[in-house]
Design a protein around this ligand. Sequence first.
Ligand code: G6P
Ligand code: ZN
Length: 579
Amino acid sequence: SPFTTKASSSSSSSTPIVEPEGMKISSVPTKPIEGQKTGTSGLRKKVKVFMQENYLSNWIQALFNSLPPEDYKNGVLVLGGDGRYFNRAAAQIIIKIAAGNGVGKILVGREGIMSTPAVSAVIRKRKANGGFIMSASHNPGGPEYDWGIKFNYSSGQPAPESITDKIYGNTLSISEIKMAEIPDVDVSRLGVTKYGNFSVEVIDPVSDYLELMESVFDFQLIRSLLSRSDFRFVFDAMHAVTGAYAKPIFVDKLGASPDSISNGVALEDFGHGHPDPNLTYAKDLVNTMYSENGPDFGAASDGDGDRNMILGKKFFVTPSDSVAIIAANAQEAIPYFRNGPVGLARSMPTSGALDRVAELLGLTFFEVPTGWKFFGNLMDDGKLSICGEESFGTGSDHIREKDGIWAVLAWLSIIAYRNKDKKPGEKLVSVSDVVKEHWATYGRNFFSRYDYEECESEGATKMIEYLRDLASKSKEGAKYGDYVLQFADDFAYTDPVDGSVASKQGVRFVFTDGSRIIFRLSGTGSAGATIRIYIEQFEPDVSKHDMDAQVALKPLIDLALSVSKLKDFTAMEEPTVIT
Ligand code: G6P
Ligand code: ZN
């Protein structure tokens, strides 16, 4: 079967190397496989690629070859996943290689299920050495689609580039896989199974995470909102991992009605869906929220539960606004922040809405490259409380991953807080009221992202090179249509904690009125290249805040397309996704 590696199918070519009591470990010969470099968030490939002999095993072994032994020998590692196709088989391979390399214990979510934020929470709570997440996040799942693997470190954060680079290096020289010859572990029942010095504990994927959420938020307050008859809440789990979390949290704990959860069962192919909570892929939810007499609050999360989308009645909250609004309201609405957040951060392409909150509240502020891993050091160093990305990621230092359900609970807290004294029949403060009030106070940062997916790599790369060159030659004061250039560059970031440098993180053209055009290649695709164009314009004038973002940004979008010569480089006529 393609699911088993050599060690478990035949041991003829393998030599036993150690034999702790009750467990035989084999040395399985292997050869390097090309292309195992991790992207923005772990290693992502088509399922078929991962199912090639030793493909996954090589990467897992290369990981152990890259970690200092004290980081895993006799240690505890967490294993979770988003429920996608191939996770079950992959879990067995990972468990066997972990055992073969001397890991003491694996904590695995029942049925291999555990959301990315929950893995981060479990690593932290149980003081594990790290954890694996079997997920390709929001990429589609099933035999024809994507699979992925991420490794998170002991404070629950994605492994830093220094480690992922080492793993890649080791995939190029690997010659042996250490595999424990143990039977497949039954991950469907809670409890501990021992194999000599190694053990596997199957844990409930929800309870540690739920306990954490109860310590962060005022569940009583949220319950008071969700149980109102004049407030209707809907959550779309997109047949992905938050299906396992939505009912226990929103329904059982917080009193939402059971029918408020849609697509609440995690499926291996996400019900043929593309589990990405945005205006394109969460169409059903968007249609519900924009229908006549639709619900008051709608939210969705992605494949592995770390992304979120927040909607009000006929209203979409951009992720860039969302993090700014959460930050501005955190102290009063969320007990975890009762002493106020210490610092705020966003990724470079995310709009400047958060910057204005930081300024007004007098908080330290950081701009990091795209990728949640860049927030971790700042959090570990006590510099950062709340952060977010335009890519539908929002979170805080309660864990070291972005957190979809946390974002939904944060928004519910804000709305609940604003309405806590409202009598039945009194008009409630809505999601859109909160956002518009925010704009009135801070100004509005119009923002949109254009994605051109599955472009031919060569053209896409050439376009970025062209823009990088153009940026380096551009002069302050140069005219771009009606805009005057303040500066243009290719974003580079020096981590203030460990001094590590990340360069070539996106070409940006910043204009004197604060408008920005940014070009990047996605680091999360699994085929071809995805070009992202981020467009932003600040508008202080309240009378213009109701404009549609696409209308307000039209001149800048046109400028972005002409400056980049995108159509010439890629032959793409239209973006595949607009958010
Ligand atoms: C993942 C990462 C995020 C990142 C996003 C977009 O979700 O965890 O931190 O913002 O991918 O990455 P991309 O490289 O595709 O723009
Ligand atoms: Zn995700």
